[in-house]
Design a protein around this ligand. Sequence first.
Ligand code: SF4
Ligand code: SF4
Length: 178
Amino acid sequence: MLREVWSGSVEILRAMGVTLKYLFKRPVTNQFPREAAVVYPRFRGRHVLKRHDNGLERCIGCSLCLAACPTNCILVVAGENTDEERYSPGERYAEIYEINLLRCIFCGYCAEACPTEAIVLEHDFALSVYDRWDAIITREQLLEPHRPEYIVLRDDQQWQDSNTKWQTSVFRPQAPAE
Ligand code: SF4
Ligand code: SF4
């Protein structure tokens, strides 16, 4: 009986020791979205369709990304470029390009398969929507540069220095314009 009381007390003290050990350490939780989130450079978030320096779209509507996608969440419908209406350097461009983010598993196979480095997974992870149809992002949305200020990339020095605390800058959401 006495032995059980003693061992129980020791266990309680050990547990309290763990609590005390972390009581005065800096919390690792991130107060998102009040604070910016720090992500690793190779983190795969929302897709973006890239352009060439001259403004033409990199996507040539070849559908290789669609073929590589394991969840079949990409839709590509190719259109023909003409001299009067040219969107990409090749013969064809993606007239319709959609990704259903509800089905996407962010594996990055689409980006791997793309011969022109048109589709890239960047870093946005704040992808919640109220309507499931809003989870289907279109070509027009994908072509917009998308660098939300609530995401900060962890730099190389932080990457290498495992003792470095994650640095977060305070992000204050702006009130929507009237
Ligand atoms: S990241 Fe993977 S699942 Fe998502 S669209 Fe690309 S290939 Fe499909
Ligand atoms: S994103 Fe790349 S792989 Fe997909 S249709 Fe366009 S060019 Fe082809």
